[in-house]
Each structure stands twice: as C-alpha cells, then as structure tokens.
Design a protein around this ligand. Sequence first.
Ligand code: SF4
Length: 273
Amino acid sequence: MPSLTFSQPDASFKTIYGPVTSWRYGASLGIDPIGAVSTCSFDCVYCQLGAIEQHVGSRQTFIPTERIRADLAAAAPWAVDVVTLSGSGEPTLALNLREILTLIREMTNRPSVVLTNGTLLRDPAVQDALMSADCVSMKLDAVTPDQLRRVNRSISGLTLEALLDGMRQFRDRFPNRLDIQTMLLTPWTAEEEATYADIVRSLHPNEIQLNTPTRPKPLKHELEARGNHLPEERSYPVRSLKPLSQEALQEMGDRLQQATGIPVRSPYHHLRE
Ligand code: SF4
C-alpha cells in the first residue's frame, strides 16, 4: 500500500453538514471525518460523491478531533434525531473514529450512527472504536465475488469471504443496533436473493434497508453531494442512474421479510411491522 499524505483541510471546509433528512434515521446531522478529498476502500458505481479520489484501505487521521469538536460546538443545540458519521468516504478509515463518537455522546447527547461499507471490520481496532456507536449500518450490496467487483469496485485484495467474515466478527461483539443497507441496481435472481437471506440471517441485524439509486451520480467529487439537494439546488453536473421500480423493491422486501423474519425498510415504504 503506498503511503499517502493528505494536506489539512482549509478553514473553509465544513466538517459538519446538514441536517439532512434520512429515510432511515430521520433528521440527521452529518459529521465528515474524511475531508475534502473523497477517500474510500470502495468506489461504488452509484456513489453520490462521484468517482472516489483516494481509493485506499489504510487508516489515518484526516481531520483533527479538536477541529471536529469546535465545529460540532458551533452546531449546537443539535435539534436532530441522530448524528451520523459518513461524509466524503468510508468513516472507519478515520483513526480518530472512537474520539469522534465519544464527542457526539458527551457533547450532543444524541444517538450516533456510523454508515460503513464494512471493509475494515476484521480490524480489531476498528471493532473497538465502533463499540462507542449507538447504531452501525453496514453496506451489503454483493452476494457474489462478481457483484463485489462490478458494483463496489473494492480495493485490490479484498474478497467477499473476508468482507463477510469481518461483518460476522463484528456482529458477534457489537451489542447495539446493527442494520444492513443494500443498494439494488438490477433485480436479483432467486438464487442471489436466497444467498442474501442466508447471509443476513447470520448477521442478526435489527433491520434490512433496501435502497435503489434515486439520486444521480455527480460526474466528479462534489462536497455538496453529502447533503440531500433538490434537483433545482444542485449546481454540479450529474449522471442519472436507473432505479429499480417501486414495485420490484417492495416485492423483494416482502419476500426477504418473510424469509428472514427481519423488518425491511425502503425509501418508498415505512418500516413494515
Ligand atoms: S462505500 Fe459509500 S462512500 Fe464508498 S464508494 Fe461506496 S457509496 Fe461511496
């Protein structure tokens, strides 16, 4: 792995964004622990950040914790449902993840949510840091190595087997709420769906979150894309992605809920009881 050097984000970079309206978690204040250069161990074909600029799996401190503390203080009184770590890439790449989660708890008294692609979950230090989260939402878009390669475009050397092993290891330790988030670009075969149901059962999530690309992909990295902008508010060029139909998503959700007994949520529907 080449060593990377990141310049400190300048004073105009906003580490706090939103609140955004999340169909999963309600009013969400975002913390971006990554910075102005999008950085992720995946480069998903649908990523709302555009093409990932730093495609890496090594951890480092991108933004000093004290900078995040000051920005979070300025966002008081935090009248939101949750505070979410996401932003410009994969938040578990941030070495100060645990410190940031501690800040959220101590300063805001709001539940913290970490949106992760799960690629670092075999790392005990990442597992340890995530123990301070109230909720972790893990991405699971692929049930075959080919899907992982085509949809998530992982850094080299990461196998589906290793990814799932990390998720299971983490689930075995994590006592709080754990959700599975899955982006669907095309309908799955019955065999793929059955494999997915088996994997999900083994992870015992609180909820399955099925999504489809309802937001277009920026042609290049745009910080504004961290929030949820109406089309007329977007000032950057985008490429539309074809979402799965509402009916197809609902039918798949119904089948999965029946097969797993786990509640399924999608942006088209409230959680089924
Ligand atoms: S894991 Fe998230 S941030 Fe990373 S490329 Fe995929 S959608 Fe983008």
